[in-house]
Structures are given as structure tokens and as C-alpha cells.
Design a binder for this molecule. Sequence first.
Ligand code: ACO
Length: 362
Amino acid sequence: MPSVNGLADIVAAETELSMVDGQRGRLVYRGYEAPALAKTRRFSEVAHLLWTGRLPDPSELRELETQLTEARTLPPEIVAILDALPPEVDMMSALRTAVSAIRPRQIWPPTIEDATRIAGMMPTIVAYRHAKVTGQTPVPPRLDLSHVANYLYMLNGRAPSEAHTRALEAYLILTIDHGLNASTFAGRVAASTQSDLSAALTAALAAMKGPLHGGAPSLVMDMLDEIGSRENAAPFLRAKLERGERLMGFGHRVYKTRDPRAEALRDIVIELTQADPWFDLAAHTETIALRLLEEYKPGRELYTNVEYWAAAILRTVEIPKPIYTATFSISRVVGWSAHVLEQAANNRLIRPQSTYVGPLPA
Ligand code: ACO
């Protein structure tokens, strides 16, 4: 049976947006080291960098932040669509449905203005839906807070501390783009048919939902919750590997060394939660997991990935588990839309081949 191996190592696009060096553990956005941007820049500055190719000057930043802020108040038809969905519809499906209903102001080519509008709306969509399904009154956005601080405010009903805002911002910056990952590829494929920006982002959100991609952080939390104590880490992880199951938060298609995003997030978590027993459990579990992966899967080069420490950040800033993947999407929408703009600027229909391996007529 021929194997196409999940398109591993196949180059399917040229991009100026991000360079993922899986051997050296390096991530670069448009000429800047991503971990350095995460430690020193605001989310909106990095969004500007991805969309335009430059970090903004103060007036460009003000202009972008104004546009993001203006988009925070949802149009009534999006609210009506969210209200019409039964409560059992999960968050990623609700977000995908709402984004698919946003009509871009320009169908083709896609524009930065529409990308900004959709990125500005997404935190409110998530916070509104979360409040509704958990029986709370949705908290309207505050227009005087930053993009990230306002998201935390809408979720928790109180203005977040600067430390929590910075921690979440670092996570969102470190996940804003990542080469031709599954969701970005899905978005570029849709865009290559000259479909509109909402459609391309809907395709990306559909690919993002699965546990092998954006669904991992909540599964990391489930795993750590199940482990519960230091003593239980080794027997629990060993039993999982014995059953042939995967350890969530480990392994990556591209990184064959430590994921630089995991390193940066770990540093931030240490700063925020030194005294937290939960951090101690996460750090201990990581050490045991890496040792056991070496024992059970020698030579597979399995290291901690971004989702492991992302789970810790999301927990610390009190993001509820059911919306972890949606929170990841709030950042990645910038990368997806930047890829759609890049695809459109030099478009050719993406149309690979398949090998037929079925029977032929007699
Ligand atoms: N735990 C245990 N074994 C693993 C793990 C893991 N987390 N990841 C890979 N392996 C093993 C596989 O079982 C396989 O073993 P085999 O050679 O005995 O068959 C070998 O390593 C290679 O695995 P592949 O599935 O070929 O690797 P691939 O590159 O396709 O998978 C993936 C990458 C999907 C991320 C995988 O490592 C995984 O499932 N990890 C757990 C889920 C996770 O953390 N996802 C988040 C990824 S980061 C992100 O999406 C932003």
C-alpha cells in the first residue's frame, strides 16, 4: 500500500510570514524571532507585522487598534445565529458557524480591513457564546481595554491584571502563525479557489478543531487533572504508553527538538506561578514523560510541544477548558488571514494529484 505520509516534507507554498526550523528549534516571523516578539511586543503590533510586513509606527498602531476595537461589538445577525445554535453545539463549531456568516466587505481579493474586522470580532463571539451556554449574562466588550485584556474581561467580568494580560498575549503571539500547518493549509486551499476570506477562515477553523492540531491543550489539562499527584505521574504515563496511547502535549510534525514556543511559554509560566503546586506537577510530569517517550519510542524525537505549556498559561489566566481551542484560534486567525492575503497576491489554484490504488474494471 503506497503511503503519502501526511505530506510530510512536501513544500506546497512559499511564504514570507513565518519560518519554522524544526531541526534547530527556531521560529521567525517576517525577520523577527517569535519568542523575542512575545516578550516585548503587543499582540496588535505582531498582527500588523504579519498583515503588512512591518512593525507599526505609533499612528499605524493606533489606527489598527481602533479598527480592532470597532469590530468588538457584534452585528445583530451574528448574535442571532449564535443564539439559534443549541447549547450542545461545541465552541469550535459555534465559532466556525459565526465566522462563516460574516460577510466580507470585499469578496476578492481579500483585504487587511476584512481580516482586521474578523480578528476583532472573534474574541466577542467566543466570550458571548461561552456566557450563553454556561447560563451567564454575556459581558459586553469594553472599548478602553486592549484586544487581549478585553477578551479576559469579557470572560471573567473583571479587568485582568497586567501580568495575566501579558502572559496570554505571549501565548497568542507565539501561536499567531506557524508555517503550513494543517489549518493554514486548509485556509490557503480554500483561498486558492478565489473563495472569500470568511470561507477560507471557516475551512481553517474546521481543520483547527481536531485533537491532533488545535484540540490538544484541553487534552493536556485532562491528562494532568487525571494524573493529579506527582506520585501518580510515572505509573499513569507508563500505562498510557503500554496501551499504545499518545501523551498529549508531546511530539510535533516539524520540531525534532524542543519547540521554541514551549520553551518561551515555560519561562513565562515559571514567572507567573512559581509557588503554584500545579506548576510543580506539570514540570514533574514533563520530565517523566520525556524519559518514558525515550524508552517507549526511541529515536522518534518526541519533545514537549507548545500545547503542553499553553495549557498551563490558559489555566493560570483562568480561561475555561472548553474554549482553549477557540482561544488559540483567536490568535491564529491573524496568521490564517495573512496567508490568505499572501495566497491571493500571487494566486494559483492548489490542486495536487492522488494515486488511484483501487481495483480496475475487469
Ligand atoms: N505520545 C506517544 N507517542 C507518540 C506521540 C505522543 N505524543 N507522538 C508521536 N508518537 C509516536 C507515534 O506513535 C509513532 O510511533 P511509531 O513509529 O511506533 O508508530 C511515532 O511517534 C511517529 O508519530 P507520527 O504520528 O508519525 O508523527 P506525526 O508527525 O504524524 O504526529 C503529532 C505529530 C500529531 C503532533 C503527534 O506527535 C501527536 O499525536 N501528539 C500528541 C497530540 C498533540 O500534542 N498535538 C498538538 C500538536 S502542536 C499543534 O497542533 C499546535
